[in-house]
Design a protein around this ligand. Structure first.
Ligand SMILES: [Fe+2]
Length: 312
């Protein structure tokens, strides 16, 4: 029998990870404190700025008409087209006026509980480094382009901005129940790889899709993946792919709908009934699904990344 302590009412201190809860074994660099923040954003070279500009230009060839309107509006509001890697101080000032969020530099992936703590305080931790020409098309660790171009524009949307803060707060509860994996699946299928309906058509709001060229086309146009309306209970039981295109995308009606489905529900009962592992495979279509498109899964059946399978 697990005893559940009542949730904290405030989130000012970094949470302590309960005993027995698995966290990734990340080694904190010596110059970094417990908050995992870099003392300042790195100084970028002209090559770094040129990489940002080329990545930006490539996405802007693809995203208009595919990215959701809040994302495109966010790019403009934050003047992300001004050239070069954006200064986090400038971004934070503009974002602060719009929704009270800021962008803070971190050296690498940071532990879940620290990530939740920053989100709960409306701080978005962004990778400090930028990819190289050699890793231009694909990197595993999120860099400043993924984090700032992919995630930050949507923080200008008031409802999405609130969702992200509530997600951070929800991390406390997930840790107490040892259900971080389930909450991670929710993040994956919404914040990283989510689609949203606009005028009845899916558009992209997930940063993992928005920050790369292949998946933006695959997620919307390929016959291969499933596109299913989001059901939070189902998604939190669903496995996901980390290093390839997704076999399934989940679609929301609106950010208000996402907020309602997650923040306004009580996760206690859900966590008590969840198994520690996932119930559904990432390509599964189940009885309760509201399916927009049942995918052929052709891309993954032919071997996915590293094979000659054509994504679209
Ligand atoms: Fe991300």
């Amino acid at each position: 029998m697990v005893t559940i302590v009542e949730p904290d009412s405030e989130f000012s201190a970094i949470p302590t990870v309960p005993e027995g809860v698995f966290t990734a074994p990340l080694r904190r660099p010596p110059h970094i404190g417990e908050d995992w923040l870099e003392p300042q954003q790195r100084a970028y070279t002209s090559d770094d700025d040129a990489i940002w500009n080329d990545l930006f230009a490539r996405q802007m060839d693809i995203l208009p008409g595919r990215a959701c309107s809040s994302f495109m509006a966010g790019l403009q509001k934050l003047h992300l087209n001004r050239g070069g890697v954006p200064d986090f101080g400038d971004l934070s000032e503009e974002l602060g006026k719009l929704t009270g969020w800021s962008v803070v530099p971190v050296p690498m992936l940071i532990p879940d509980h620290v990530f939740f703590w920053h989100l709960a305080n409306r701080r978005f931790p962004a990778g400090n480094f930028i990819r190289t020409r050699e890793t231009f098309d694909y990197i595993q660790e999120p860099d400043v382009f993924h984090d700032v171009f992919g995630h930050v524009p949507l923080l200008t949307d008031p409802v999405f901005a609130d969702y992200m803060q509530e997600y951070g707060k929800a991390g406390w509860k997930a840790m107490r129940y040892n259900r971080l994996k389930a909450l991670g699946a929710l993040y994956w299928y919404t914040v990283e790889f989510g689609l949203i309906l606009e005028h009845g058509e899916p558009r992209i709001y997930g940063a993992g899709i928005l920050s790369g060229p292949r998946e933006a086309v695959f997620a919307l146009e390929a016959q291969s993946p499933n596109r299913i309306m989001l059901n939070v209970d189902r998604v939190m039981r669903t496995d996901y792919v980390i290093s390839d295109l997704q076999p399934t995308y989940f679609v929301i009606e609106s950010f208000e709908d996402l907020y309602r489905q997650t923040v306004e529900r009580d996760f206690d009962r859900l966590y008590r009934n969840l198994h520690p592992g996932f119930t559904y495979a990432n390509a599964a279509v189940i009885d309760i699904d509201d399916v927009l498109q049942r995918g052929t899964q052709e891309y993954h059946l032919r071997g996915g990344r590293g094979s000659d399978a054509d994504p679209v």
